[in-house]
Ligand binder design. Structure first.
Ligand SMILES: [Zn+2]
Length: 118
């Protein structure tokens, strides 16, 4: 099987309401997002054109989350719940006979990420 992956970033604010600690107060992160799609190759020997992958992620995710207060969209915006929300938005967009969404990774800091897959 082949996989393609693309990396995006967005800036957003959040605070964790059901949590005691640093992330309880309002603050921001530059999130890094990795989208991985796996499947078989097409006639052009690609899983999926990187620019098509980009267009869908920009449209469905980056346009909504960049410079947002994520709590308005996701009630308890941990990296885990952001990854799940992104999965739910994208899984239908990347589901064909030939390929499907494999994994969503949300990096909250350069050393901490959450991964969602089914
Ligand atoms: Zn935080």
């Amino acid at each position: 099987m082949f996989c393609v992956k693309k990396v995006f970033t967005f800036d957003a604010a959040h605070n964790l309401t059901k949590y005691k600690g640093k992330c309880e107060k309002l603050h921001g992160h530059t999130y890094k997002l990795e989208i991985k799609v796996c499947g078989d190759l097409n006639d052009e020997e690609m899983v999926l054109d990187f620019s098509d992958l980009s267009t869908i992620v920009e449209e469905e995710i980056i346009s909504k989350l960049d410079h947002s207060y994520i709590n308005d969209i996701i009630p308890q915006p941990t990296a885990e719940m952001i990854a799940k929300w992104i999965w739910d938005k994208l899984s239908n967009r990347f589901r064909t006979e030939r390929y499907k969404l494999q994994e969503v990774t949300v990096w909250e800091t350069p050393t901490s990420c959450a991964i969602y897959f089914e």
